[in-house]
Ligand binder design. Structure first.
Ligand code: GTP
Ligand code: MG
Length: 302
């Protein structure tokens, strides 16, 4: 049997469940997930094996109508992910259906995918009734010539086996692209920064999560088997720093604890995490911040 390997881009509106699906496929949490939109900011690869096929899933930022430089760079990164992949999986939320945003994505897909296969994955089927689902599948297939339709719950695991088997068969013949035991293609320092950003996003409200970024500045593996990790949280305004710290430093403490526990579990050894908050009014216009996130600054040009 020849080996197969290829890239599968997961695209869709913000909050569709792309990162949840990637984590489910990989069998570990490598991409952060929140109930808020625009959680994922850059492309991230997760690797899964299925028989002789290596499936390299590419998680992408949600596709929406961008307003800021950061948003434009995110959307550009998502479309690049779709254009570079062997197969595209479009995730749609069963509860939302064919929205204006989905229609815009379908229009974009027609221009960009060429003769590549595009599968429709209707996600969150645990939240709707069967008749609604069937009607939605029909509507979406009338709007776009999908090669396949899958009804899944990325969170609960429904329909995942079928989607995986199809993807494995669709991968082009060729050598594996990653060692068999590798599950993610993102430096540890970035995964750790993302974990902290996830905890911040869960803890903070309104615009704040969208106005900050986290960077790992130093990572020191110590002789005792632990690691000392220094991270900086850039915020855009003085007032944000106060909110982030919270009364008596309560907020930042709880974020730090949650992030430390998750990073430690991921790396498999104890972690000492030090968070520093820096007010940087112009960070959303600094190219270095974008390269740290894995984004292209110029993609954000208006
Ligand atoms: N009920 C239900 N919730 C789900 C399912 N899949 C994902 N979710 C939830 O949907 C929310 C968004 O999930 P994400 O995986 O972060 O979505 P995303 O598409 O990566 O979002 P962005 O990164 O913002 O584009 C989270 O609260 C998930 O727990 C599912 O199958 N069923
Ligand atoms: Mg995501």
């Amino acid at each position: 049997m020849p080996t197969r390997a290829g890239f599968i881009a997961l695209i869709g509106e913000p909050n569709a469940g792309k990162s949840t699906l990637l984590n489910r496929m990989v069998g570990a949490k490598v991409s952060i997930v929140t109930h808020k939109v625009q959680t994922t900011r850059a492309r991230l690869r997760g690797v899964a094996m299925e028989g002789d096929s290596q499936l390299v899933f590419v998680d992408t930022p949600g596709l929406f109508r961008p307003k800021r430089r950061l948003d434009r760079a995110m959307v550009a990164a998502a479309w690049t992910g779709a254009s570079d992949a062997d197969v595209v999986v479009l995730l749609i939320e069963a509860t939302r259906g064919l929205t204006e945003g989905v229609q815009a994505i379908l229009d974009g897909l027609k221009e960009r995918t060429g003769d590549r296969k595009v599968a429709l994955a209707i996600n969150k089927i645990d939240r709707v009734e069967a008749p609604v689902l069937l009607k939605l599948a029909e509507t979406l297939n009338a709007a776009y010539p999908f090669d396949e339709t899958y009804m899944i719950s990325a969170e609960k695991g429904h329909g995942i086996k079928e989607l995986r088997a199809w993807l494995a068969a669709e991968m082009p013949e060729g050598p594996w692209l990653y060692p068999e035991d590798q599950i993610a293609d993102l430096p540890l320092r970035m995964i750790a920064a993302e974990m902290t950003r996830e905890k911040l996003t869960l803890r903070l409200h309104q615009e704040l999560p969208y106005q900050l970024t986290v960077e790992t500045e130093a990572w020191e593996n110590r002789k005792d088997g632990s690691a000392k990790i220094d991270q900086v949280i850039y915020v855009a305004r003085d007032g944000h720093k106060g909110i982030l710290l919270g009364k008596g430093g309560e907020t930042i403490k709880s974020v730090s604890k949650a992030a430390r526990e998750e990073i430690a579990e991921f790396v498999g050894h104890p972690v000492h995490l030090f968070l520093q908050v820096k007010v940087r009014p112009g960070w959303l216009e600094e190219s270095e911040r974008y390269s740290e996130m894995g984004l292209n600054f110029k993609d954000g040009n208006a």
